[in-house]
Write a protein that binds this ligand. Structure first.
Ligand code: PMP
Length: 451
C-alpha cells in the first residue's frame, strides 16, 4: 500500500469510514483502491488485475464497463436528470420499469414501488405490512418472522430481520416483535440420524411452533431469501419450501421473498421464487436490477397487499411514505436498459449453460483437505473451510484464504470461514476456470501455512 501522504490510500485512512470494516485495523492496512473495471475483471490503482468473483456485492450481473448502461444514464441525465414520484407525479422511466417488473413477476403482482437499496425495500415492506394490518382492523398483527442467518439489510428494521449477530451486537437490535426461526442449513443444524427431508419438515414444525407460541393472530409476515446469501450461501434442503409455504397459508401470514440477490437470473431462473415455486405476496428486488450501476430497488406487491393499503391511504388522505430518490429516472432508465440487455443477450440461457461448470469446479474445491462443504445453485456458491489449529478463532482461516486469493488476483468475500462465489452472470467458461484455478492455488498457499 502506498504510504505517500497525498496518496488515495493515506487520504482514505484520514477521511473515510468504511462499511463492514474493522476501523482500527483499516488505519493500519489501508484500502485496496479499485480504479476501473472491464467484464469480470477490476483493476487496482497499481494496475493489478483481479477477477471480481463476487460481482461487487452479488450484484454486477452484466460485468463492468457496459457502455450501453453508461449511455442510457447519460441520455436520461440530459433529458430529465431528476424528478420524484410524490403527490401524483410520474415520469417515463418509472412507469416503464414498474410495468416491466409487474410483467416479469413469477406470480400475479399488482404494483411496483421504488426504493434505493435492499434495506430500504425491506424496511418499506415492513411499513406496508403494519399499515395494512391497521387498515384491516388487525392492529395486533405486527410481528414479523425471519430466519437465523437470513440477510435483509442494515437499516433499523431490516437489520432486525437480518439474523446475524454482527448486525445486532452493540446496536441494541433486533427491534421488539421481529423474531427468528431455524436456519435451514442441513449440515450444521441436523439432528443425529435426521435425513435432509426430515430436517426440512422439522424447520416447518419449528416455524409453526413459534407462530403458535406467539399467537397466530399476532404474526403478520415471514421474510426469507429463496437462497440465503450473506448468511453463508445456504441452499435450502430438499422439501424445505414445500413444507414452509403451507404453514404460512394455514395462518394467513404474508410471505415476503427477498430476491435482492436471487432476482434476475442468479439461480438459473429469472427469480429464486421461480426456482423454488414460491408464491410471495411481496418481492423485494435490487442489485442485479440495475447491475448496481446506480442504486435502485423495488417492491412488487400483490392485490392482497395493495388493496387495503390503497383504501387506507384514501381514508387518511395519503400513503405517508416515500423517498426523494424513489423511482429516480436515471436509475430507472439504467435498470430498464440492463433488463433489455439481459433479454437481448439471453443472459439467463447463458447462466443455465455454464452453471454446471461453475458448480463442478465449486464441488472440486470442496474436496480440498481444508474444506468441509461446498454448496451452490446456478451461479452462486460457497465453500466452507476448517482446520483444527484455527478452530478457536472463527473466521481466521476464512480471512487467510480470502487474503491469499486476493494476493493472487481473485476478489471473493469471506463470510466467517465460508468463501462465497457469485461472479457476474456474463462470466465465460474460461473465466470460471481461471477463477477456480486461482482459488485452488491460493488454497495450496494457505494449506502450507497451517500444516
Ligand atoms: N437483502 C439481501 C438478500 C441482500 O443480500 C442485501 C445486501 N447484501 C440486502 C437485502 C440489503 O441491500 P442493501 O445493501 O442495498 O441495503
Amino acid at each position: 500500500m502506498s504510504r505517500l501522504p497525498n496518496s488515495l490510500e493515506a487520504r482514505d485512512i484520514a477521511y473515510h469510514l468504511h462499511s463492514y470494516t474493522d476501523a482500527r485495523k483499516h488505519e493500519e492496512t489501508g484500502p485496496l483502491v479499485i480504479e476501473r473495471g472491464e467484464g469480470v475483471h477490476v483493476y487496482d490503482n497499481n494496475g493489478k488485475r483481479y477477477i471480481e468473483g463476487m460481482a461487487g456485492l452479488w450484484s454486477v450481473a452484466l460485468g463492468f464497463g457496459e457502455k450501453r448502461l453508461a449511455e442510457a444514464a447519460a441520455r436520461q441525465m440530459e433529458k430529465l436528470p431528476y424528478y420524484h414520484t410524490f403527490a401524483h407525479k410520474s415520469h417515463g422511466p418509472s412507469v416503464e420499469l414498474a410495468e416491466k417488473l409487474v410483467a416479469m413477476a413469477p406470480v400475479p403482482m399488482s404494483k411496483a414501488y421504488f426504493t434505493n437499496s435492499g434495506s430500504e425495500a425491506n424496511d418499506t415492506a415492513i411499513k406496508m405490512i403494519w399499515y395494512r394490518a391497521n387498515a384491516m382492523g388487525e392492529p395486533q398483527r405486527k410481528k414479523i418472522i425471519s430466519r437465523v442467518k437470513g440477510y435483509h439489510g442494515v437499516t433499523l428494521a431490516s437489520a432486525s430481520l437480518t439474523g446475524l449477530p454482527n448486525n445486532h451486537r452493540s446496536f441494541d437490535l433486533p427491534l421488539a416483535g421481529i423474531l427468528h426461526t431455524t436456519c435451514p442449513h442441513y449440515r450444521t443444524m441436523k439432528k443425529e440420524g435426521e435425513s435432509e427431508a426430515e430436517f426440512a419438515k422439522r424447520c416447518a414444525r419449528d416455524l409453526e411452533a413459534l407462530i403458535v407460541e406467539e399467537g397466530p393472530e399476532t404474526i403478520a409476515a415471514f421474510f426469507a431469501e429463496p437462497v440465503m446469501g450473506a448468511g453463508g450461501v445456504i441452499v435450502p434442503p430438499e422439501g424445505y419450501w414445500e413444507a414452509i409455504q403451507p404453514v404460512l397459508k394455514k395462518y394467513g401470514i404474508l410471505f415476503v421473498a427477498d430476491e435482492v440477490i436471487c432476482g434476475f437470473g442468479r439461480t438459473g431462473e429469472l427469480f429464486g421464487s421461480t426456482t423454488y415455486h414460491l408464491e410471495p405476496d411481496i418481492m423485494t428486488l435490487s442489485k442485479q436490477l440495475s447491475s448496481s450501476y446506480l442504486p435502485i430497488s423495488a417492491l412488487l406487491v400483490n392485490e392482497k397487499v395493495y388493496a387495503p393499503l390503497a383504501d387506507e391511504s384514501h381514508t387518511i388522505g395519503t400513503w405517508g411514505h416515500g423517498f426523494t430518490g424513489s423511482g429516480h429516472p436515471v436509475a430507472a432508465a439504467v435498470a430498464l436498459e440492463n433488463l433489455k440487455i439481459m433479454e437481448e443477450r439471453d443472459v439467463l440461457g447463458h447462466v443455465r449453460e455454464i452453471a454446471p461448470r461453475f458448480l463442478a469446479r465449486l464441488q472440486a474445491l470442496g474436496g480440498h483437505a481444508l474444506a468441509i462443504e461446498a454448496r451452490g445453485i446456478g451461479l452462486i456458491g460457497a465453500v466452507e473451510f476448517t482446520h483444527p489449529s484455527l478452530a478457536d478463532t472463527p473466521g481466521a482461516l476464512g480471512g487467510r484464504i480470502y487474503q491469499a486469493m486476493q494476493d493472487r488476483g481473485l476478489i471473493l468475500r469471506n463470510l466467517g470461514d465460508t468463501l462465497a462465489f457469485c461472479p457476474p452472470l456474463v462470466i465465460s467458461e474460461k473465466e470460471i476456470d481461471e477463477m477456480f484455478d486461482i482459488a485452488e492455488a491460493a488454497l495450496c498457499d494457505v494449506a502450507k501455512g497451517v500444516e
